[in-house]
Design a binder for this molecule. Structure first.
Ligand SMILES: [Zn+2]
Length: 94
């Protein structure tokens, strides 16, 4: 998740972050300075692993309802905390 903007150093309220998480999922735009952040590939992979381990277990055990509940909790509660963001390199011209 995002706690502060590394460009303008504004603190990011969780609710603002969460709203953008629901809308943009893997992107965050600082509302003070407009800096664009994207989720790192590593944290997406980490996220998928965290989701897949209990999911495969419950699929094997045919636990359909707990599986759906797990995916909802993962998608809307866990994922925003696990995701790591880095500033986009749009402004860096090499
Ligand atoms: Zn900012």
């Amino acid at each position: 998740m995002m706690r502060a903007c590394s460009n303008c150093e504004a603190n990011i309220k969780f609710i603002d972050y969460y709203k953008q998480f629901i809308r943009n999922r893997y992107k965050y735009i600082c509302k003070d300075c407009g800096t664009v952040y994207s989720v790192t590939g590593f944290s997406i992979i980490l996220n998928l692993i965290i989701m897949l381990i209990p999911m495969s277990y419950m699929t094997i055990k045919r636990l359909l309802v707990p599986n759906i509940i797990w995916i909802l909790i993962w998608g809307f509660v866990l994922q925003p905390f696990i995701l790591l963001y880095k500033q986009n390199d749009i402004n860096n011209d090499y």
